[in-house]
Design a binder for this molecule. Structure first.
Ligand code: NAD
Ligand code: LMR
Length: 332
């Protein structure tokens, strides 16, 4: 029997990521090839004409899974009945800007959209915040939508996770699908800690630790980490726009694994509400290694953390605590 359609909200849908993301959702890349969808697209009035153009293209593409389109500048209409909300709307970072510079513009948007989601989304709606500062926007959304369960609010660090997989696969000249269990700890910013201490590669003679195969701790502890931390800025420098196709694809990975589950023995990185695991202060949205099953994420517990990792995990937590204070000061 055919499944009922799921309603998926994309805010900022007339923007770069939105333009890459909505066809992926309509093709079943986010929720599965047997899952019909109704797309809700929100943007601001200044972008209404461009948003209508995106709607026209979606119609023209004749996606078999796409059962309806709501394209609107009205936040209540956009949020009504949605099962999944991908929050991309906001002001992107431009070349030379630090993420903190975009904070004041974006946190107020997330405060007001929190209320609309809380009042109008479907019960159990899963929320993914992509717009920067992603962790702190998600935290503000959580705090101003107290009736949405905290386990339903997340932010995107899967792009950083995928970037780490990509770097290791290039370095070892192996397929990216053979690398797993890298971890992004902390903030989606240059303070994040990309950790390969638990990562493995599938080889013809079985699974081997990444460190054993790379045989270059200096690169793993410095060059690799810096490349992943700075990749967003490197893309902006090269394209003059921030990453879009990789962000859209990673957003699909994030929601797909959350809804449909992670493969056995594989963990992925998600920015989620900290419960104090690994000594990370509770009350931050922090990226952890998680597994997903039956539509729920669980933080992977019990991984040994060495002194090098501890320092880096604490530094990114510290940045998030500072961002939280700054966000509240922007809202005053
Ligand atoms: P963009 O400027 O191309 O698009 C943003 C869209 O949001 C625009 O169409 C704009 O009109 C719209 N918008 C602005 N205010 C809005 C509001 N209140 N409600 C609804 N829509 C609104 O930007 P982009 O390149 O698509 O990037 C979007 C966001 O994603 C940025 O904040 C960027 O920094 C962030 N980003 C995050 C990641 C990640 O991994 N977490 C990766 C890449 C980009
Ligand atoms: C990215 O990681 O590509 C984006 O978050 C861009 C940015 O603003 O750093």
């Amino acid at each position: 029997m055919a499944k009922d359609p799921m309603r998926v909200l994309v805010t900022g849908a007339a923007g770069q990521i939105g333009y890459a993301l909505v066809p992926m959702i309509a093709r079943g890349i986010m929720l599965g090839a047997d899952q019909p969808v109704i797309l809700h697209m929100l943007d601001i009035p200044q972008a209404a004409e461009a948003l209508n153009g995106v709607k026209m293209e979606l119609v023209d593409a004749a996606f078999p899974l796409l059962k309806g389109i709501v394209a609107t500048t009205d936040v209540v209409e956009a949020c009504t009945g949605v099962n999944v909300a991908v929050m991309v709307g906001g002001f992107p970072r431009k070349e030379g800007m630090e993420r903190k510079d975009v904070m004041s513009k974006n946190v107020s948007i997330y405060k007001s959209q929190a209320s609309a989601l809380e009042a109008h989304a479907a019960p159990n709606c899963k929320v993914l915040v992509v717009a920067n500062p992603a962790n702190t926007n998600a935290l503000i959304l959580k705090e101003f939508a107290p009736s949405i369960p905290e386990k339903n609010i997340s932010c995107l660090t899967r792009l950083d996770h995928n970037r780490a997989l990509g770097q290791i696969s290039e370095r070892l000249n192996v397929q990216v699908t053979d690398v797993k269990n890298v971890i992004i700890w902390g903030n989606h910013s240059s303070s994040q800690y990309p950790d390969v201490n638990h990562a493995t590669v599938n080889t013809p003679s079985g699974e081997k630790p990444v460190r054993e195969l790379v045989k270059d701790d200096e690169w793993l502890n410095a060059g690799f980490i810096a490349t992943v931390q700075q990749r967003g800025a490197a893309i902006i420098k090269a394209r003059k726009f921030s990453s879009a196709l990789s962000a859209a694809s990673s957003a699909c990975d994030h929601i797909r694994d959350w809804v449909l589950g992670t493969p056995e023995g594989t963990y992925v990185s998600m920015g989620v509400y900290s419960d104090g695991s690994y000594g990370v202060p509770a009350g931050l949205i922090y990226s952890f290694p998680v597994t997903c099953s039956s539509g729920e994420w669980t933080i992977v517990q019990g991984l040994p953390i060495d002194e090098f990792s501890r320092k880096k995990m604490d530094a990114t937590a510290q940045e998030l605590s500072e961002e939280k204070l700054l966000a509240y000061s922007c809202l005053e």
